[in-house]
Design a protein around this ligand. Structure first.
Ligand SMILES: *Cc1c(COP(=O)(O)O)cnc(C)c1O
Length: 495
């Protein structure tokens, strides 16, 4: 299985190369040249999560041996870092026909763990295969959850260093605490004055800057990415959709599902698209956005226009105006037309806007349904779901639950829906507490968690306990312009 670039069809590399380098030289993203089918899907039903993971990964990462995949998979999902009582990706059904896929039982209580617990393992194997032997420097731009999950995944992993940039005023207090108290000898965290897009653009610029790459190489180092632009992030995410489909089929006998995903960078929903292409029978992929509804508009009109206001919301991990992974979807939907994708991406870069062909637009809106909601409706959804069923969900998941309800109302379609639940409600305790009718007045961040737990009877996940006793290790901040200097400084490189 070979991988090519979304912007240059002459690129052809193995998965190890794609994972090791993170992004193609031309600025494009690595995509598989063909999408493998699982023709024995039903046979995976008898396997546990690790077995299912190996079945999916082995079809994409054909240059990894069985033994290597075994070690990566069991190291990530069986080593006690996920809650042993629930398993990695349990499916629960508080409402008839709606199956909530809880992806937040890992060490940072967000779905990013599903990929970031395995990525460092895949990356270390990939580094050996490509034989370059350099120290891998991971740069991460985060809207909140990726940063912590990447830090946990990479901390003290030999041969790696990691540096995380987060928007100074764009993450929740809990997310900030999780990152600034991070332990480990190879980790670094820095706030950036700006929003997530500024952080992401800055990281991308550093990645592709020839001079910076040269300086790193001279110092025996190489950049790689833990953002969802890295193929090694996406491929483990395909697994849980395959797994959830098998679980729902077992419970209901349904032979088709819809999948609802609260979407930011378009990585998680793209993984659902790949699962469908591999053979999971999917009716609709439902893309749920918050008030930053650029994807809702795009799916409805075929026009991607980032010339609009940016809002900070109570679902901050989706406060994004440039959804990087959409580029991969455009590549597949345009019949692997790298020239076309390259053109759209440079229009986005230059004018902040592009319009896809009529055909591409129609194909996308056939497959995807899109819906968005503001903070008020997000809270109302949390409150109503809790009142009706006793189920407590976080703000991001609520955006998806609302999209699911809207879809059903508008279409009358009663196909079972898998709803990706991307964070523990305790990660966004303020908004969730208010949504269930509690008051946050005079409570600090830790007290909010306790009050929410007392009020709802829902247990606080262990990874979110004890932050009041931890030391804040990282207080630095920078701007888009000084990011590069911060990186070199953290790596101990003098120019
Ligand atoms: C990252 C994140 C999302 C968005 O996922 P994408 O892959 O960027 O679309 C949604 N919810 C939570 C809690 C997240 O951390």
């Amino acid at each position: 299985m070979k991988y090519t670039s979304t912007r240059n069809s002459s690129v052809s590399v193995d998965s190890a190369y794609a994972i090791y380098h993170g992004i193609s030289e031309d600025g494009g993203l690595f995509v598989p040249c063909e999408i493998p089918e699982i023709d024995d899907l039903e046979q995976l039903a008898s396997l546990d999560y690790c077995g299912r993971a190996k079945a999916v990964l082995s079809r994409f990462l054909t240059d990894f041996t069985d033994e290597e995949l075994d070690l990566c998979v069991s190291g990530a999902y069986l080593s006690g870092r996920f809650d042993g009582r629930t398993g990695c990706a349990p499916v629960v059904s508080p409402e008839d026909g709606n199956f909530i896929l809880e992806l937040w039982h890992g060490p940072t209580s967000a779905f990013k763990d599903m990929a970031l617990q395995i990525l460092p393992r895949l990356l270390t194997v990939a580094a050996k295969k490509t034989g370059e032997g350099k120290e891998i420097c991971i740069l991460v731009a985060t809207s909140g959850d990726t940063g912590k999950a990447a830090l946990e995944g990479f901390k003290d992993v030999e041969g790696t260093k990691i540096m995380v940039f987060y928007p100074e005023n764009g993450v929740s207090p809990m997310q900030k605490l999780q990152m600034t108290t991070q332990e480990g000898n190879n980790v670094n965290v820095c706030a950036i004055k700006g929003n997530f897009d500024d952080a992401q653009t800055g990281v991308k610029r550093i990645f592709t800057d020839e001079q910076t790459k040269k300086v790193l190489a001279e110092n025996g180092k190489v950049f790689s990415s833990a953002n969802s632009i890295n193929w090694g992030r996406l491929v483990p995410q395909i697994v849980y959709y395959v797994s959830a489909y098998l679980d729902v089929k077992e419970k209901t006998g349904a032979d088709k599902v819809n999948i609802v995903v609260p979407t930011g960078n378009f990585g998680n929903i793209l993984a659902a698209y790949y699962a469908m292409k591999m053979g999971v029978p999917v009716g609709k992929l439902i893309c749920a956005s918050n008030r930053n509804n650029i994807l809702t508009d795009f799916i409805k009109t075929g026009v991607y226009d980032r010339n609009r206001d940016f809002y900070t919301t109570i679902s901050p991990s989706m406060d994004i105006l440039i959804s990087s992974n959409l580029e991969r979807l455009l590549y597949h939907m345009s019949g692997s037309d790298a020239e076309k994708v390259k053109g759209w991406m440079s229009e986005l870069n230059e004018k902040g806007c592009y319009t896809v062909d009529e055909q591409v637009k129609n194909d996308i809106s056939e497959l995807f349904y899109a819906s968005c909601c503001d903070d008020e409706l997000t809270k109302k959804t949390i409150g109503e779901l809790y009142e009706k069923t006793g189920y407590l969900c976080d703000t991001h998941t609520a955006v998806a639950v609302n999209a699911c309800h809207e879809y059903r109302k508008e279409t009358g379609d009663n196909t079972p829906c898998i709803i990706a639940s991307t964070a523990s409600p305790f990660k966004f305790a303020s908004a969730v507490l208010e949504a269930v009718g509690g008051s946050t007045e005079n409570l600090n961040e830790f007290e909010k968690l306790d009050v929410l737990s007392e009020k709802t009877g829902v247990e606080i996940p262990a990874p979110l306990c004890g932050f009041d006793k931890k030391e804040i290790r990282f207080k630095d901040s920078c701007t888009g312009e000084t990011m590069r200097a911060k990186v070199l400084d953290a790596l101990g490189i003098k120019e």
